[in-house]
Design a protein around this ligand. Structure first.
Ligand code: TYD
Length: 206
């Protein structure tokens, strides 16, 4: 029998927004609904993608912003082809810690690349494929910075506050552009409140 296609959920937010805490919990919630769910992340998710992640997050890597964007999309192309699409086609639900909105926010907003260039890469890499649902965890830059583990800061986390202000502003533009797909959650609330809201949104999708 042909299995029903799974759904694709992505989590987004500035560093320190708390989305990684939600990742496994969301998959567990979906499993309680009898769904098969897997978690993955970007950049990464495949052996090549994880190697690219190491390069991209390494504080000693120096690269042009366009190189950074191209590597993000290169990792994404592999991820989509080898992990995300096969899983969805097998009827699994896929929850990814970050996806394309992060490129618009970080490389577009943060690094200042034109959104049109990123749209070209998106079209080339993904075609019409989009997440079924994106949960965007919104926090102020101040709160995000407080929550970052200072002992393990990577190449992005070491950026200054104004970088994260631009990243957050770009995320908020995406929220306005795609109100059907992106659900904005106030992640400055308590963990319990955030979880309740996440569960409410998921309940509607399952
Ligand atoms: P993150 O997901 O925050 O992982 P961790 O919780 O281990 O720090 O780290 C990934 C970093 O990569 C994050 O700072 C945002 C950045 N990033 C981009 O700049 N563009 C992208 O397209 C993606 C997917 C991530």
């Amino acid at each position: 029998m042909h299995k029903k296609r799974g759904k694709f959920i992505t989590l987004e937010g500035i560093d320190g927004a708390g989305k990684s805490t939600q990742l496994e919990r969301i998959a567990a919630f979906l499993r309680t609904k009898g769904l098969s769910a897997m978690v993955t992340r970007e950049p990464g998710g495949t052996p090549l993608g994880e190697q690219l992640r190491t390069l991209l997050l390494d504080k000693t890597s120096a690269m042009h912003p366009e190189t950074e964007a191209l590597l993000m999309f290169a990792a994404r192309r592999e991820h989509l082809d080898r992990v995300i699409m096969p899983a969805l086609n097998q009827g699994k639900w896929v929850v990814s810690d970050r996806f394309t909105d992060a490129s618009f926010a970080y490389q577009g907003g943060g690094r200042g690349l034109a959104f049109e260039k990123l749209e070209t890469l998106e079209q080339w890499t993904l075609g019409a494929t989009q997440p079924d649902l994106t949960l965007y965890f919104d926090v102020s830059v101040e709160l995000g910075q407080q929550r970052i583990n200072r002992l393990t800061v990577d190449r992005f986390e070491q950026e200054r506050d104004d970088f994260f202000q631009r990243v957050r502003a770009a995320y908020l533009i995406r929220v306005e552009q795609f109100p059907q797909r992106i659900h904005c959650i106030d992640a400055s609330q308590s963990l319990t409140e955030v979880q309740l809201e996440v569960d409410r949104v998921l309940e509607q999708l399952t």
